[in-house]
Design a binder for this molecule. Structure first.
Ligand SMILES: NC(=O)c1ccc[n+]([C@@H]2O[C@H](COP(=O)([O-])OP(=O)(O)OC[C@H]3O[C@@H](n4cnc5c(N)ncnc54)[C@H](OP(=O)(O)O)[C@@H]3O)[C@@H](O)[C@H]2O)c1
Length: 155
């Protein structure tokens, strides 16, 4: 997604009925359910997590995320709150994080995950996110397996 596509996506989110409520100070003040942003909503874990959390719609507001604009549009057409986010493009983080209370964080194994997760956690802190759940793998503290140590660095 280029800069203009990204701006168009932000504009389209800002103009959607869902976001008008969520983005406006009045909507923010009136809402009573915590907003949970699910990273990896199209993947093995995130897809099932989002589906499970949606069963508690009285208590939790689920926001799906994808790096594919067409997927985001498809979700929105079905009435879901969905945002474009590409973990390789930190400029996509602020809009995705608007009014988010809780963040579910996972990403596939590449050395880029260090930068992707650090920048997203920093952005989440700036946005006032109060709770982050990070899906990782447990290992001995002195593990030398690269993807285990990447997880340890992020934690
Ligand atoms: N699956 C397990 O049993 C298991 C167990 C323990 C730990 N984990 C941890 O979970 C993570 C993998 O989870 P998974 O098995 O659910 O993986 P997965 O099925 O491969 O899903 C990865 C998700 O990340 C998204 N993604 C990848 N790159 C992205 C980017 N640049 N920006 C935004 N989204 C991006 C993918 O979206 P696209 O649709 O765009 O590709 C997809 O939704 C690993 O870190 C692993 O440590 C998994």
């Amino acid at each position: 997604m280029g800069v203009s596509d990204e701006q168009a996506n932000i504009a389209s989110y800002s103009n959607s009925p869902e976001s008008r409520t969520l983005l406006s100070p009045a909507g923010y003040g009136n809402r009573h359910k915590p907003i949970v942003l699910i990273i990896g909503s199209t993947g093995t874990v995130g897809r099932h997590l989002a589906s499970q959390l949606r069963r508690q719609a009285d208590a939790i507001h689920v926001r799906d995320a994808s790096r594919h604009a067409d997927q985001v549009q498809q979700w929105r057409k079905t009435g879901r709150d969905a945002v474009y986010i590409d973990l390789d493009q930190p400029s996509t983080f602020p809009v995705a994080l608007v009014n988010v209370d809780r963040l579910f964080l996972l990403i596939t194994y590449t050395v880029s995950m260090l930068t992707q997760k650090k920048t997203l956690v920093d952005a989440a802190k700036k946005a006032g996110v109060s709770h982050i759940v990070h899906l990782d793998i447990s290992a001995e503290w002195d593990s030398t397996v690269p993807h285990y140590t990447w997880h340890q660095l992020i934690e």
